[in-house]
Ligand binder design. Structure first.
Ligand code: ATP
Ligand code: MN
Length: 535
């Protein structure tokens, strides 16, 4: 009997609809996956032993290619639209069968992993892929079961991952050769025609965003860490605003850098790994992430290296969205349980390219809701296909609209209730521009942002003097140790005050226009709270 025949109906393929592999590599650990990856020519090693891979044409998520299957059991609860495009059940059946047939008989890698550090709120995920490095990515990124847990592993969700399969819009009903399709009824995700591994991560995030709200748990696009007094803090924010950078902190244990749940038992990480931007990474201001990016077991996406494998983290040849993916334990100061007490502080990060918002402001609960539903930032570098390198104001509700399968209101109401119940202090932090907008001013220094956060989380800003900004009604502390006063007040930081006023009015207008869609959905307090623009 041949090896191939022996692999027919192998247990690691159960639930995938794929019956046969020419070679099957189930739950391999990092060194074995690295070895396969090198043997297959998928990547090469950096001087320090990290595996460097290229993701091809897709160097970020392909948002226009994401679909949710339109199914009777879920259709009424899905937030249909640009984020969640409908794919008819019949079309999904076609795509799924074609991908299963494509995978059948190939060399396959499977990984059985968890999402959700809280055992009461976790899902088991089985990934089947043709890519050794994508299997390693998933293994680094999600929660690795103990050997005893692997024995009886039954997947809740299955991911069919075929990065080199080309979908066909005329057959599969999708938009291009790439497709990311989620079925909440079949509990299956099909990812085809894209090598970018972030699709695996964010598909599972979407599933958690689907599953948890009915259980009274709020899924959040935020990082989290925990202080010596067991005080947890959350850092919400869109891509590039500093979730990963600021949650790695020598004085606070990292819970996770991107996705968490907040329920009756506190906060918990969905993941077991980090996915850090490494473009222009500085060893001095981000020493933990720098170290994690320079060691064996880490996956480096689209990073440039010389023939000796020495990294050039400033090189944007392939993309500005260069990334390092590593298990959380590569960060020295980590909370290995992935869990923390109910958060004492919630920080909303924004990278304001207009240079208008203050580096830190205290938010009352209604303002917190307003900013949560607005989800403002201004991007300079793209992590999504089609986004150029010019800055662009973005409103992405709940700081993560691409990952929300339910209506934003669902998440907004949950957050409002949690903040009310637990009395968390809320902050708005601008990690973007100061002294002028993009092109005139400069990016806020990481040292200043860290000093502001340290003071806020330590409770040092509770009893100090605040002034109220006339544009957004934000409360801005007058003095914070370690940060010059003129940095605290954005208007003072600008050379031309008239220009500041113009830019601020322009930003207020953008906020108001954006919020119009939510105005009828929120209570009067939230409506009234946010903006007190000068007439
Ligand atoms: P994603 O959701 O895509 O993972 P993120 O919110 O985790 O994004 P980071 O990976 O932390 O974002 O990226 C923040 C980037 O901005 C880093 O490259 C960091 O070096 C840079 N940066 C510059 N100034 C600051 C600042 N003041 N605070 C935080 N980050 C800053
Ligand atoms: Mn991040």
């Amino acid at each position: 009997m041949s090896d191939v025949a022996n692999l027919r109906d192998a247990v690691p393929l159960a639930g995938t609809g794929v019956r046969l592999a020419s070679a099957l590599h189930a739950n391999l650990t990092a060194p074995a996956l690295v070895a396969h990856s090198l043997r297959k020519g998928e990547g090469r090693l950096s001087a320090e032993g990290a595996i460097i891979v290229r993701t091809g044409v897709h160097t970020g998520r392909s948002t226009g290619d994401k679909f949710v299957v339109d199914e009777p059991g879920s259709t009424g609860d899905v937030w249909w639209g640009k984020v969640n495009q409908k794919l008819p059940e019949a079309k999904f059946a076609v795509l799924k069968s074609r991908v299963q047939a494509y995978l059948q008989g190939r060399e396959l890698f499977t990984q059985d992993l968890y999402a959700g550090a809280d055992p009461a709120n976790r899902i088991s995920v089985r990934l089947v892929t043709t890519g050794a490095w994508q299997a390693l990515f998933a293994r680094n990124m999600f929660i690795r079961p103990k050997a005893s847990e692997l024995a009886g592993f039954v997947p809740d969700y299955v991911i069919l991952h075929a990065p080199e399969f080309e979908a066909d819009p005329s057959i599969d009903g999708v938009n291009s050769s790439s497709a990311i399709v989620l079925s909440f009824t079949e509990k299956m995700i099909v990812i085809a025609g894209t090598q970018y591994a972030g699709e695996i991560k964010k598909s599972i995030f979407t599933v958690m965003n689907w599953i948890l709200p009915p259980r009274g748990v709020l899924p959040m696009h935020c990082s989290a860490n925990i202080g010596k007094n067991e005080d947890s803090a959350l850092f919400f924010g869109l891509s590039g605003t500093g979730k990963t950078t600021l949650s790695s902190d020598p004085e606070r244990r990292l819970i996770g850098d991107d996705e968490h749940g907040w329920g009756p038992d506190g906060v918990f990480n969905f993941e077991g790994g980090c996915y850090a931007k490494v473009i222009d990474l500085s060893q001095e201001s981000e020493p933990e992430i720098w170290a994690a990016s320079h060691r064996f077991g880490t996956v480096l996406e689209n990073v440039v290296a010389d023939p000796h494998g020495r990294l050039d983290l400033t090189d944007k040849t392939y993309t500005e969205n260069t990334r390092a993916c590593y298990p959380v334990e590569f960060i020295p100061n980590v909370e290995l349980s992935g869990r923390g007490a109910t958060p004492k502080n919630a920080v909303m990060l924004t990278a304001d390219a207009f240079g208008v918002l203050p580096p830190i402001a205290r938010l009352n609960p209604a303002q917190a809701m307003y900013h949560f539903l607005s989800g403002y930032t201004a991007r300079v570098a793209g992590t999504e296909k089609g986004l150029g390198s010019e800055p662009q104001a973005t409103f992405s509700t709940c700081f993560g609209s691409p990952f929300l399968p339910r209506h934003p209101q669902v998440y907004g109401k949950l957050l409002q209730a949690l903040i009310k119940e637990h009395g968390a202090s809320c902050w708005l932090v601008n990690t973007g521009w100061t002294g002028g907008g993009y092109g005139v001013g400069k990016r806020m220094s990481i040292a200043h942002t860290r000093a502001l956060l340290r003071a806020a989380l330590a409770g040092e800003l509770d009893g100090v003097a605040y002034r109220t900004d006339p544009f957004f009604g934000l409360e801005i502390p007058e003095h914070v140790a370690g940060v010059p006063d003129e940095v605290l007040d954005p208007r003072t930081s600008w050379a031309d005050k008239d220009e500041y006023d113009k830019a601020a009015s322009g930003l207020v207008k953008r906020f108001e226009d954006n919020f119009a869609t939510f105005a009828d959905l929120v209570d009067d307090e939230v409506k009234a709270a946010a903006i007190r623009a000068v007439a």
